[in-house]
Design a protein around this ligand. Structure first.
Ligand code: 13P
Ligand code: ZN
Length: 275
């Protein structure tokens, strides 16, 4: 099968374009990766070349040894992906130690995978382990409202989770485990990848102060849908703050407990503190 005709590639491209249309990807902001299924790799194997060297990932992901990923290229613009996937995306293979990668397709006019490859692969490694291989999509974006909130709320998992839950009733049902936060760090390296993947052990979404957000999901719909809910909730919260600094009424801790009972989700009590 032609790689450009593969369903996973089309779904990847559609999601990237949806994110661009939402305004989450200025210039080359954000990146996306998909852990390709074994049967999908088999279908495209004849089209993968072997003309590149192994290059260091910049961290170690032994549980991803031998896996193939579709990833966005570093410095490539999300708005261009739909026009020319082969120039803006890459398929990479991880070596048998989980320390190096090789470009097997894409980046036709040159380039390297996203600079956030350590964070993407470390998040994939955690999620593969903790979900029995179900999670396959890691998505990083730069949404205005989420970034804005990191200037006015304490960078604490409990506070971000509670404020986002309170801003839209569906939120605790969509992300009952909450969201994690990471204080400002230099992006693109191993340190921020380690901090993020540690939070991914507890959460499917991690907010980077003054930078953006990472989401993990089983498939493109779930990863995009999670990002979409969090961004919409952050939009609402910012609008509320713009009208007045305090809320006249809100969803209470007891409301959340009632919701959890009826929707059959477990909401950790650490998020239901009295204010
Ligand atoms: P890349 O262009 O290398 O993917 O970087 C964009 C980004 O958002 C870094 O955090
Ligand atoms: Zn970024």
């Amino acid at each position: 099968m032609k790689i450009l005709d593969a369903k996973f590639l089309k779904d990847f491209v559609r999601m990237a374009d949806d994110g661009y249309q939402e305004g989450w990807h200025e210039r080359n902001g954000g990146n996306l990766s998909y852990r390709i299924k074994e049967e999908e790799v088999q279908q495209i194997l004849p089209e993968l070349h072997d003309q590149n060297e192994w290059r260091p990932i910049g961290t170690s992901v032994p549980d991803l040894a031998g896996e193939f990923f579709l990833v966005t290229g570093s410095g490539k613009y999300f708005r261009n992906i739909i026009l020319d996937p082969e120039a803006n995306l890459a398929i990479i293979e991880v070596d048998d130690k989980g320390e190096n990668y090789k470009i097997r397709w894409g980046l036709r006019d040159g380039g390297v995978p996203t600079s956030e490859i350590p964070a993407h692969l470390m998040n994939h490694e955690v999620k593969k382990r903790l979900t029995g291989g179900k999670h396959r999509v890691i998505y990083h974006s730069h949404p205005i409202s989420v970034i804005a909130l990191t200037f006015v709320l304490p960078i604490k998992d409990e506070v971000f989770t509670r404020e986002l839950w309170e801003s839209m009733t569906e939120c605790p049902v969509v992300f009952p485990d909450g969201v994690g936060t990471v204080e400002w760090m230099v992006p693109g390296g191993r340190d921020i990848a380690v901090a993020t993947s540690k939070k991914m052990e507890q959460y499917d979404a991690v907010i980077w102060a003054h930078h953006g957000i990472f989401c993990s999901g089983e498939d493109f719909d779930l990863a995009f849908g999670l990002m979409h809910c969090i961004v919409k909730s952050a939009d609402i919260l910012l609008k509320v703050y713009a009208v007045r600094p305090d809320k006249l009424q809100t969803i209470t801790p007891q409301n959340f407990r009632d919701l959890a009972r009826d929707f059959k989700v477990t909401l950790p009590e650490k998020f239901l503190y009295e204010k």
